[in-house]
Design a protein around this ligand. Structure first.
Ligand code: AVI
Length: 320
């Protein structure tokens, strides 16, 4: 049908909303205080993240898009005329548009926790790609769920861009990849974007941009907690810090308390010493061999990898 909305089916798996209060109180009660990075992405946080992807220092997004558009034909040749393209955590429509144009699948299955984003992007894509059928799944892809697929569909391809895998701890990354392998089944493929390990100076710049957008993104966590949990974080009494931890091969983001202080959150008090930090994010950086080893542990066979000419970012094709 030419009517875009007739080519869209919506499947709601009712993902459990995050228990923000419980997660925040638990995280702030630890000896090394921490907050879950998924809390970054409220409305303002999502806008700030979009702004980050356009910063001159933040190379990952534009480098990945460059690889996908320059290598689109090669990627399509390797993947073949697959029927079904699944996207885990859809949202960045730019990347998927490049891939849909190159692969021309019959069915696109975006999976996202946000109903709003899912429906808006399904409408846009159905209008632009007049041959495309969309089965949009509202689900939390970090927890087990069943995709809205027909049992006779085979050779599934999933797409997981943006180096989102880098925000999982290695154990969680392994478990996640194992679940994706199981979900895809024999012969299935995963196309995954992974930020590469590189000189600390470049990483430092990417997470400490001159305009301070990343700092605002980090501090917005406290704005959100003040609003949602009736907390009294003084935004002038915390500062953004990000650095590359070479031992763990990850960029860490923290919020540093600038003085001794007590903060109230959801009816509980938390003391901060001057210089004490709240750890808010890890962003793991993988060498190609390291990532191949992780993928193999999860049950994938590394099939092909594409990088940019400066070796900043990698896009892997993995096969079950
Ligand atoms: C979403 N994720 C892959 C980003 C990253 O680079 O780890 C989030 C981000 N944090 C700071 N800047 C961007």
């Amino acid at each position: 049908p030419s009517d875009p909305s007739e080519r869209i089916r919506f499947y709601d798996y009712h993902p459990a909303p995050a228990d923000v209060r419980a997660e925040v109180l638990e995280g702030l009660s630890r000896p090394q205080k921490r907050l879950p990075p998924k809390l970054f992405y409220d409305r303002r946080g999502s806008q700030l993240f979009d702004a980050i992807t356009e910063l001159p220092e933040y190379y990952p997004t534009r480098t990945e898009i460059g690889i996908l558009s320059e290598r689109g034909a090669e990627i399509a040749e390797l993947l073949g005329r697959h029927k079904v393209l699944i996207e885990l955590g859809s949202g960045s429509s730019l990347k998927i548009q490049t891939l849909l144009a190159a692969l021309q699948p019959q069915v696109y299955v975006p999976v996202d926790i946000s109903r709003e984003h899912l429906l808006a992007s399904a409408q846009t894509l159905a209008a632009r790609f007049t041959w495309l059928h969309i089965r949009a799944a509202c689900a939390d892809y970090s927890a087990p769920f069943t995709l809205p697929l027909e049992s006779h569909w085979s050779n599934l391809t999933a797409f997981f861009p943006g180096s989102s895998i880098g925000n999982f701890d290695p154990q969680d990354a392994l478990r996640f990849l194992q679940r994706v392998a199981q979900m895809l089944g024999q012969g299935g493929r995963l196309l995954i974007g992974v930020d590469l390990r590189k000189q600390p100076e470049l990483l430092h710049a990417a997470y400490n941009d001159a305009q301070g957008v990343t700092a605002d993104f980090n501090l917005n966590l406290l704005v959100r907690i003040n609003r949602e949990l009736d907390a009294d974080f003084d935004l002038d009494a915390f500062e953004h810090r990000a650095f590359f931890n070479a031992d763990k091969s990850r960029v860490e983001m923290h919020l540093i308390s600038l003085r001794d202080q007590k903060v109230h959150v959801g009816g509980q008090g938390f003391s901060f010493a001057r210089g004490e930090s709240i750890h808010t994010e890890c962003s793991y950086k993988y060498g190609i061999q390291d990532f191949h080893a992780l993928a193999a542990d999860a049950g994938f066979r590394p099939e092909r990898v594409w990088t940019d000419s400066d070796q900043r970012f990698s896009v892997h094709a993995l096969r079950v």
